[in-house]
Design a protein around this ligand. Sequence first.
Ligand code: ME8
Length: 514
Amino acid sequence: MAGDEKFYVTTPIYYVNDAPHLGHAYTNMACDALVRFRRLDGNDVLFTTGTDEHGQKVENSAKAAGLDPQAFCDSVSQTFRNMNALLGIDRHDFVRTTEQRHIRCATEMWNRIAEHGDIYLGKYGYYYSIRDEAPFDESELVNGKAPTGADVEWVEEENYFFRLSAWGDRLLAFYDANPDFIGPVARRNEVVSFVKGGLHDLSISRTSFSWGIPVPNDPKHIMYVWIEALGVYLTGAGYPDITGEKYRHYWPCNLHMVGKDIVRFHCVYWPAFLMAAGIPVPKRVFGHGWWTVEGQKMSKSLGNSITPQALVDKYGRDAVRYFVLREMPFGSDGDFSHRAMVNRINGDLANDLGNLAQRVLSMIQRYCAGRVPVAGALEPADNALLGTAGGLLEKLRTEYAVPAYHRVLDHLWELVGDANRYVDEQAPWALNKTDPARGDTVLYVLLETIRHLAILLQPVMPTSAAKMLDQLAVPPDRRDFAALSAHPLVAGTVLPKPEGVFPRYVEESADAGR
Ligand code: ME8
C-alpha cells in the first residue's frame, strides 16, 4: 500500500435537523483513523464529510425554530464542524449541500442522467414518511406506519422519475464483477436480494415544498433530497469540472463509509445514477453497525442520545476513539455502556499499555541515566518480540483495507501482551545487578517495541501516541510508517522524564456501583 497511491474516503453527510450524537461521531472517528493510517503510510488522501441541508424535514425544523432555512442550516452545520474539531478529525473538506459548488454539481448530474433518457415526468401516489425522508409502497407499511414506526401520509403529485426499474440486471452484473463493492458480506447479500426482487422507478422530484435544488428547466420542482445528497461525493472531488486535476486524480472514490441504515441508497440508487450519468462508480461502500446506549436504541423521544462533547468531557478524546473502534467488530452492532468504557480505559489503556510504557521508561531513567541504551547481541526472545513488532504494519494494512478496526487493535494489544510478558521473563531490574549489558539490550528491545506501538497507534489515538513518541524523543518527521524500519532509536539519545499517558478512570460518586 505504501507510496503515493491516492485514496478518497467519505463519511455520509448528516441531516441538520438533528444535533451531532455518538452515531455521527462514530462514523467520523472511524474514517479519521483510516485517513490517518493512509497518510502515515504515504498515501495522498482526500477526505470529505459535511451536512445534508435540503428537504422537507429541514424546512419544517427551521420553521419550528423560527428561522429561515439557510440561517437554520448555518447554525446546525456549524455544530458538526465543532464535533470534528472536538474529535480531532484530520484534514478534511467539509461540504454543505447548500453551497454553490454542490448546486452546480447536482444540476449537472441531473442533466447528464436526463440526456441519457433515464428521467421522465409522471404522476405518483405514495405513502411518505417525513421523519425518514422516504416514500413507501403499501406493501412496505407495518400497521399503517413506516417500518421505522414513523407516521406516513398519502401523497399524490406530478414528479420526475428515475428509470431505476431498467437498471436491475446491470446492477447485478456490476456486483458480480466487483465482489468487493459492498462490505461486509452480509450487507452485500441483502442488497443483491433486494435488487433481485425487482426495482421500481424512483420518484426524484417534489413540488410540495421549496427547500431544495431546482430541477433544471422546471423550477417548480425541486430535486428529491437523496438524488442530490449522494452527489455530494462528486462535489467533493470537484465535479462537474471533469478535466480538473482534482476530479481526475481522486474520482472514482475509494470508500464510502456509511451506517447500515443507508446502505441501500449507496449500493443501489447511487451506482444506478452514476452509470446513467456516465460517471465511474466508486470502489467500495462499507455499512457499519449501530450503537445502542446502555442497551437502548438512541432516540430523541427517550432523550438518551449521547453528545460527542459529553463523551470527550467525561472520558477524554483518545479513550473514546479507542473504545468505539475496539469494542464492537466493525460492521456489527454494539452497545455503549459506561461500565464497558471504564473497563477498556483501566484495563487495556492504563494497565496493559500505560504500565508497559511507564515501567520501561522509569527503568531507563534509573538504570541507563535517562538515555537510550546500547543493544548487544540479540537472543531469540529479543528477536521474537522485535519480529512481531516489525511484522505488524503489513497485518494492519490488511485489516485497514477491510476496514476491521477491532482486529487492528487486537493485533496491537497482542504485542502489548507479549511485551509485558517479556518484561516479566527477562526481569531487567535483576539483570541490572547481574548482567547490566544484557539488561541494556532488553531495555532497548522494549523501547523499540514501544516505538512501534506508538507509531502504529497514531491513527486511533493521535494525542496519546504523540505523547508516547515525545517520551521516546522521536522527532516529528520520524513518526510515519517509513520510519518504522528506517529510523530505529539511536543509543545515547536523552529521554525526558516519563509521565503517565493513560490515567485510570476514577469513578465519580454518582457513577459508583453502576
Ligand atoms: O442518513 N450508530 O443522515 P443522518 C451508529 N443525510 N451510527 C449511527 C447511528 C447509530 N446509532 N445513528 C446515526 C442521513 N449514525 C443522510 C445521509 S449521505 C449522501 C446522506 C450514523 O444524519 C451513520 O453513519 O441520518 C448513519 O448512516 C448516519 O449517521 C446517518 O446520518
